[in-house]
Design a binder for this molecule. Sequence first.
Ligand SMILES: Nc1nc2c(c(=O)[nH]1)N[C@H]1C(S)=C(S)[C@@H](COP(=O)(O)O)O[C@H]1N2
Ligand SMILES: [Mo]
Length: 321
Amino acid sequence: MFTSKFTKTYSLSSPLKESDVTPESSYLNRRSFLMAASLPFIGNSYSAHAALAGFDAKASSAKTSHTVEGEKLNSFEDITQYNNFYELGTAKTDPYKNADALVTEPWSVAIEGHCAKPGTYTLEDIIKPHAFEERIYRLRCVEAWSMVVPWLGFSLADLLTRFEPTSKAKYVAFETLYDPKNPLPGQNRPVIDWPYREGLRMDEAMHPLSFMALGLYGKSLPNQNGAPLRLVVPWKYGFKSIKSIVKIRFVESMPKTSWNMLQASEYGFYSNVNPSVSHPRWSQSRERRLGELFKRPTLMFNGYEKDVASLYKGMDLKKYF
Ligand SMILES: Nc1nc2c(c(=O)[nH]1)N[C@H]1C(S)=C(S)[C@@H](COP(=O)(O)O)O[C@H]1N2
Ligand SMILES: [Mo]
């Protein structure tokens, strides 16, 4: 049972029977085993914020609070060398190759809109009060591939609550960095109306599954995965999980979001994973898990239906796709 500091009490289905909880010591052993097994080298792509005071201590005391039963973690290589991050190029291997172009130090996040504590917060301010958890979540791209990723971070609700959103805050809007004078390699072309934008309804943002990730596989996020901090909303298509966030704005009406701006008939604001609502150009009923040969069926809300279906009660999900 997780109590959101906002209003509701949620009962989550995916976490954790007592027997699933890996004790810290064996978790750390397992993690070093996994790291050893899957990391032939640690590339150039770790962001500098690993050096932030407290990061390593938070990382090493993180407990695994959510897991995906009966499914294997994807390898570190899969997760960090097959990416969508158009600011670093549109090919799947571009973000890994161009990772160094993203400079993550110094980093700050502007908090704006309907809240009592707007302002510019350094990355250190953002991280400081939060303990880290590890959450193993499925990530399902709208392109019909998927992965299982061990994220490190804290719940988005715990972060947002600190800024004391007011009753006018009905949605939260997020933006990725964009400096027109110093664009990232992929931002030289107007593939997207930069900056990349995303948004959530307030109750979605405050749902205990919504996660602010600062790391994966026990380390700070590689740049190509959205360093130094990115959203992870596991029941929605991957493009909602915006990377390298520089702005969070509490707003009254539904914010513009990049893929919806680009092609509203194909990408809705909600974009909940839904095997029975096809993308206009391809079916969403099945997906290819990276590292697997055969397709597997896509699960309603990406397997998080018990946790999140109540958010959409009474909504026609074919209309609000
Ligand atoms: N800023 C930004 N965030 C982004 C994207 C992007 O191009 N730019 N791509 C999205 C898409 S389509 C997916 S599937 C996920 C991929 O995350 P991963 O590369 O860590 O697997 O990031 C999302 N977040
Ligand atoms: Mo995606």
